[in-house]
Design a protein around this ligand. Structure first.
Ligand SMILES: Nc1ncnc2c1ncn2[C@@H]1O[C@H](COP(=O)(O)OP(=O)(O)OP(=O)(O)O)[C@@H](O)[C@H]1O
Ligand SMILES: [Mg+2]
Length: 343
C-alpha cells in the first residue's frame, strides 16, 4: 500500500459535458490537481476551458498518459474500447476510474454545479433585496416633491410660482422615469442567459449605475480609465453581478464618500478590469478570508458575506482570476482577469 498523496494528480478522458463538469469541480478542490484532459473531438468544450485555465489539453489520449504522471485517470469518454486501451497503456501506479464509478462522480459533480447555480441565484435575490430598498428610497424623494408641490399648487395663484413648481414636478417625474428605465434594463438582462461576447468597459459603466441604486453614493467621485479592450466571453448578467458586487463593496467600504477608480487594460490574451477605492483597506489578517463564503465584517443584517465568493466563482468559471491588493488606511483594489473571447 502506498500512502495517499497530499495532492491527487488527475487526468480526465472525455471533455464533453461530463468531463467539463468534472474539470470545474476538480479545479475548485484544493487537494486535486488536474494535470491534463483529452478528447478525440478538438472542439470539445472541456478542452477549451482547460486551455484557458492553463491545463494541458489534447486530442491524443496515449501521449497525455505518457507525458503526465497521474495518480488517477477518470474515464468519462463512454467508449467501451477505452478501458482495455487504458489498462495496456496506463502508468503502473495510476488507478482508473471508469464505468459506473465515473458516472457516480459525474452525477455528484452535476449536483455540485446545481448547488453553485442556486447559490448565485440566491445571492442575486439578496442583492435585489438591497436594490429594492435602495430604489424605494430613490423613488420616494421625487415622489414627495411631486405630491408636496401639487398640494401647494391647489392654493397658489401667482403665475411665476406656479411655473416654478411645475418645472420642479416635471424634473421629479423624469427622475422617476429614469430609475424605472434603469430597472427595466436590469430585468431584461437577468433573463438573458446565453453566453456572449461582453465588453467589460460597458459592464463597469452599468455596474456603477446599478450600485448607485443600491447604495448611498452621492459623495463618491467615479473616475474611469478605460482602454479599448477586446471582448471576453460569458453571461452578461453574471459578469455584471461580478462588478456590481465589487463596486458595492468599494462604496460601502468608503461609506459613500471617496474616489472610485475603474480601469481596464488588455495584454497577452487577457483583459484586466480593476475596481479601486480609497477607503480603509483590508487588514492583512482578513486578506486570506474575504473570498470565503459567509465571511463578512459588516454588522448583522447588512452583508451575507457571499459577494466576493460569488465573484471568484463566476470569474474562475470563465477561466479567469480575481486578485486583491490593499494598503491599510489607503484603500483596496480588486482586479478581475478574464481570457479574451476566441475569434
Ligand atoms: N473594497 C473593500 N474595502 C475594504 N474591505 C472590503 C472591500 N471589499 C470587501 N471587503 C471586505 O471583505 C468582506 C467580504 O466581502 P463580501 O462582498 O464577500 O461580503 P459583504 O460585502 O460583507 O456582504 P454582501 O456582499 O453579501 O453584502 C467584507 O465584509 C469586507 O470586510
Ligand atoms: Mg459585498
Amino acid at each position: 500500500m502506498t500512502a495517499s498523496p497530499a495532492t491527487i494528480r488527475v487526468v480526465i478522458l472525455g471533455a464533453g459535458k461530463g468531463g467539463t463538469a468534472l474539470l470545474e469541480l476538480f479545479t475548485r478542490s484544493p487537494d486535486v490537481q488536474v494535470v491534463g484532459i483529452a478528447d478525440s473531438n478538438p472542439e470539445a468544450p472541456g478542452l477549451h476551458l482547460a486551455r484557458n485555465l492553463g491545463i494541458h489539453a489534447t486530442t491524443d489520449v496515449l501521449a497525455l498518459l505518457a507525458e503526465e504522471r497521474a495518480d488517477l485517470i477518470v474515464d468519462v469518454t463512454g467508449d467501451p474500447a477505452m478501458r482495455s486501451a487504458l489498462i495496456q497503456h496506463k502508468p503502473p501506479h495510476a488507478e482508473i476510474l471508469g464505468g459506473m464509478a465515473a458516472l457516480l462522480i459525474w452525477k455528484l459533480a452535476q449536483h455540485e454545479q446545481d448547488l453553485r447555480d442556486q447559490l448565485i441565484q440566491s445571492e442575486k435575490l439578496a442583492s435585489i433585496g438591497t436594490l429594492a430598498s435602495g430604489i424605494a428610497h430613490e423613488i420616494n424623494n421625487p415622489l414627495y416633491t411631486i405630491t408636496g408641490l401639487s398640494e401647494h399648487l391647489q392654493e397658489e395663484t401667482r403665475p411665476e410660482v406656479i411655473q416654478e413648481f411645475i418645472g420642479e414636478i416635471i424634473t421629479a417625474g423624469r427622475r422617476i422615469a429614469a430609475i424605472v428605465q434603469g430597472l427595466n434594463a436590469f430585468a431584461r438582462r437577468t433573463q438573458e442567459q446565453a453566453v456572449s461576447d461582453v465588453n467589460l468597459n460597458q459592464t463597469l459603466d452599468e455596474a456603477v449605475k446599478m450600485a448607485r441604486m443600491a447604495t448611498v453614493h452621492d459623495q463618491v467621485q467615479v473616475v474611469t480609465q478605460f482602454s479599448e479592450v477586446p471582448p471576453v466571453r460569458g453571461k452578461a448578467d453574471e459578469l455584471l453581478q461580478v462588478f456590481v458586487n465589487l463596486v458595492t463593496n468599494a462604496v460601502q467600504a468608503m461609506e459613500g464618500q471617496g474616489t472610485l477608480i475603474l480601469s481596464t487594460s488588455s495584454t497577452n490574451g487577457f483583459v484586466r478590469a480593476t475596481v479601486r477605492d480609497n477607503g480603509p483597506g483590508i487588514p492583512h489578517n482578513n486578506l486570506g478570508r474575504i473570498f470565503d463564503p459567509f465571511f463578512t465584517t459588516k454588522e448583522q443584517g447588512k452583508g451575507t458575506g457571499l459577494g466576493l465568493h460569488i465573484v471568484r466563482d463566476i470569474v474562475s468559471h470563465y477561466g479567469g482570476q480575481v486578485t486583491v491588493e490593499s494598503t491599510l488606511g489607503q484603500g483596496a483594489a480588486f482586479t478581475v482577469k478574464l481570457p479574451v473571447a476566441p475569434q
